[in-house]
Design a protein around this ligand. Structure first.
Ligand code: ZN
Length: 449
């Protein structure tokens, strides 16, 4: 299996790479981020998510604790009542951030937990105890569910468990065994899911709307249809392969560097917050468009912070919000509403940068001029800031040129994620906005002169 850092990025899949890395940062902040990648077979969604393990940071747990108790915040039945002094006497260990998959055929006991047969049949000291299932064992890590739409259709019991796990942050899981008291355990787990909405039984939001809404972000995966981008990817793949032939330890070294870089980003940007004007914008949008799900706007706020952190900026910009808007809304509002919201977003017209887009508007709509994109894309204007750590690593390996070619081939798309998302649904992004956001843009200019 290809290493995460070897996987080719293009405009059809780059958002998933970003969101995967955002989840890792979020996980270091102690906040789960649930993501759902939708797309046809062959778009690489499961490959990218499974390969992400290569760059997962390590977590420190109380030695041998299957619930991955954080020594600072023990939560499992065996450790939660111990005093800090008692915890300090216990040994700790470092393990990779967990990544566990839920198979559709798994029994509920395997998923949540069951009675520990080894301990109850222990001849010297039989004890009735719970063996934690996959979900509690994934605490502080990731649960992966492939074909989530099919699971929602055929396994209502597992779906209910996921609803509990994803219902709050942290979520919770209940372990019930006859003859034992019910054990309820908090779980801080990000759920990653994949599905093909074009295959039976159809899109998740049509199967189980409630579960669909639990996903903070939905990523629409696409193949690239730009031959130049494909050629660059091929060239890069060939270059990476020949490079690694001579350096067998290289992959591992790069993984460790990527992991450390993500840990560093998470630490450095842990205190990020949204400026008030952006929070107000999100609040106004929530009311104006009568968005049903409060989770949606919480997701927008949190994901905007993560997008900003990933780009190693200290100030959250309008562009951070714009980038995540369609990801948080596409599964929660109808396409027409999403289009209207995106049209209200500055700087993301599909027209060439710097041009002004004036189109007929309804009378009740405020005329907003497509702004000069500079303040919006301030991060993108400084490649050193905006590059993902993977780009920087390719750079250090002398692969920069190829990567740049890919970037520039995909440029018009990747710098307009909103346009990419919405244009996929044949929506018209050139319509003029309803909310006049010039005020926001001016504020961004002030923040980033
Ligand atoms: Zn524990």
């Amino acid at each position: 299996m290809k290493n995460y850092l070897q996987l080719a990025r293009h405009e059809g899949n780059s958002t998933l790479f970003d969101v995967v890395e955002m989840t890792i940062i979020s996980s270091r902040w102690g906040v789960p981020l649930h993501l759902h990648a939708e797309g046809l077979r062959g778009t690489g969604k499961t490959t990218i998510m499974r390969a992400a393990r290569d760059i997962f940071p390590r977590i420190t747990r109380i030695k041998g604790c299957l619930y991955n108790c954080d020594p600072q915040k023990p939560h499992c039945p065996a450790h939660r009542d111990l005093s800090p002094e008692e915890i300090a006497l216990l040994e700790t260990e470092e393990i990779p951030m967990p990544f566990l998959e839920i198979s559709h055929s798994a029994k509920i006991g395997t998923i949540v937990g069951s009675i520990d047969l080894a301990r109850i049949t222990d001849r010297t000291n039989p004890t009735a105890a719970i063996l934690p299932g996959i979900i509690p064992q994934a605490h502080r890590g990731i649960i992966f569910v492939d074909e989530i739409n099919r699971l929602a259709d055929t396994s209502p019991e597992l779906t209910d468990v996921l609803l509990d796990v994803m219902g709050t942050k942290p979520g919770r899981v209940q372990i019930e065994e006859t003859g034992l008291p019910v054990v309820e355990i908090p779980v801080q787990v990000s759920v990653w899911a994949a599905s093909n909405p074009d295959e039976e039984p159809g899109p998740l939001q049509e199967i189980r709307r409630q579960l669909a809404d639990r996903f903070d972000l939905v990523i629409d995966m696409k193949r690239t249809d730009d031959p130049d981008a494909i050629a660059s990817i091929l060239k890069q793949a060939s270059h990476v392969r020949s490079h690694e032939k001579g350096n067998p330890l290289d992959i591992q070294a790069r993984n460790i560097r990527a992991r450390r870089e993500l840990e560093g980003i998470a630490k450095k940007h842990a205190g990020l917050d949204l400026p008030d004007f952006l929070r107000n914008y999100i609040a106004r949008m929530y009311i104006k468009y009568d968005i049903e799900s409060f989770r949606a706007i919480e997701a927008i706020q949190h994901a905007a912070l993560l997008n900003c952190a990933l780009r190693q900026r200290d100030t959250v910009l309008v562009s951070d919000v714009i980038k995540v808007l369609p990801l948080a809304l596409r599964h929660r509002v109808d396409m027409e509403t999403l289009t209207r919201i995106m049209n209200s977003s500055p700087g993301h017209s599909s027209s060439p940068a710097g041009t002004v887009s004036r189109q007929p508007v309804r009378e009740d709509e405020t005329l907003a001029v497509t702004p000069d994109p500079e303040p919006l894309d301030a991060g993108e204007k400084h490649p050193a800031d905006s590059r993902s750590f993977v780009d920087r690593m390719l750079n250090s390996l002398g692969l920069k040129k190829e990567q740049d070619e890919i970037s520039s081939a995909a440029n018009s798309q990747t710098e307009s994620p909103a346009a990419t998302e919405a244009s996929g649904k044949n929506t018209d992004l050139k319509r003029i906005s309803e909310i006049n956001l010039n005020e926001l843009i001016r504020t961004d200019k002030n923040l980033n002169p």
